[in-house]
Write a protein that binds this ligand. Structure first.
Ligand SMILES: [Zn+2]
Length: 275
């Protein structure tokens, strides 16, 4: 049983600020907390019978995890400019995908460190008219490969936003968002224990899980922060300008939709302002 882990970082218990997830004094603590949660998920997967684990490090420069400290002799996909970004490495040979340390969308009402791929360019994404974060967008790739997303971990908003597109998914909530920059977290040891148990439970009930429930043809409506970003997004083929700051990406092929979306993310990055 091959298991694919896509890991972000903002959904880790104890993390509440950008300075814990980007290079700086607090980053070493943040990455340590993430490493422990990823290892907890691997432990749970191994208990459920996983025989091969591939971890896609998907945050920022995508070199947050320490390869030698990954449990289960897991392989590590790390580094920048992976064509399929947070979902690079997934194919139809995997029994399940697990989303670890995910976070709420930029369009969420209340979500710690909310963003959808790039907070300096993207103001909201809707998938088939429902506000979605990275989990729903990434699920397009899992749908293409017909692989169920069995587990998601993060704050309460992360779990809530995943359910419309992955109705059978196991959710582990490790913190409650209090504001965009405040959260009440479980103790890291408790969070890891719940993640280990969640991963085990999720994979033990794989038989009742299905690939993501995203109706095709699907449509991504993306609101950019400025009009010139929306204009630039249309340089990507088959992207429709639907308003001053809005674009739509639509079609029946979920992988093609995802590729177009991450191309828009990569392209518009040059217009984002660094605060
Ligand atoms: Zn993210």
């Amino acid at each position: 049983m091959r298991v694919f882990l896509s890991t972000d970082i903002e959904g880790t218990a104890g993390i509440a600020d950008w300075n814990q997830v980007l290079p700086g004094a607090e980053y070493e603590m943040g990455r340590r907390l993430l490493q422990d949660e990823v290892n907890a998920a691997i432990d749970g997967a191994l208990e459920a019978g996983a025989t091969e684990i591939v971890v896609n490090d998907s945050h920022y420069l995508m070199q947050n995890l320490l390869p030698g400290e990954l449990r289960g002799n897991a392989s590590l996909l790390s580094g920048r400019h992976k064509p399929l970004y947070m979902m690079e490495g997934l194919d139809g040979s995997f029994a399940a995908a697990l989303f670890i340390s995910y976070h709420g969308s930029i369009g969420a009402r209340l979500a710690i460190l909310s963003h959808t791929y790039n907070p300096s360019c993207i103001a909201e994404v809707r998938l088939n008219d429902t506000v979605t974060g990275e989990a729903g967008i990434n699920a397009l790739v899992a749908l293409h490969h017909r692989v169920p997303v069995a587990l998601i971990t993060g704050d309460d908003a992360t779990a809530d936003e995943a359910l419309p597109f992955m109705p059978g998914i196991e959710t582990v909530v490790v913190k409650r968002s209090v504001s965009r920059f405040a959260a009440e977290s479980l103790h890291p040891a408790v969070a890891c224990e719940r993640i280990r148990e969640g991963a085990r439970r999720a994979l033990c009930r794989l038989g009742e899980m299905a690939p993501p429930a995203i109706e095709l043809p699907a449509r991504l409506d993306v609101t950019l922060r400025t009009a010139d970003m929306a204009e630039m997004a249309t340089w990507v083929g088959e992207v429709e300008r639907t308003g001053d700051r809005t674009i739509a990406i639509a079609g029946a092929d979920p992988l093609a939709l995802y590729r177009r979306f991450v191309t828009v993310v990569a392209l518009t990055r040059v217009l984002g302002e660094q605060p």
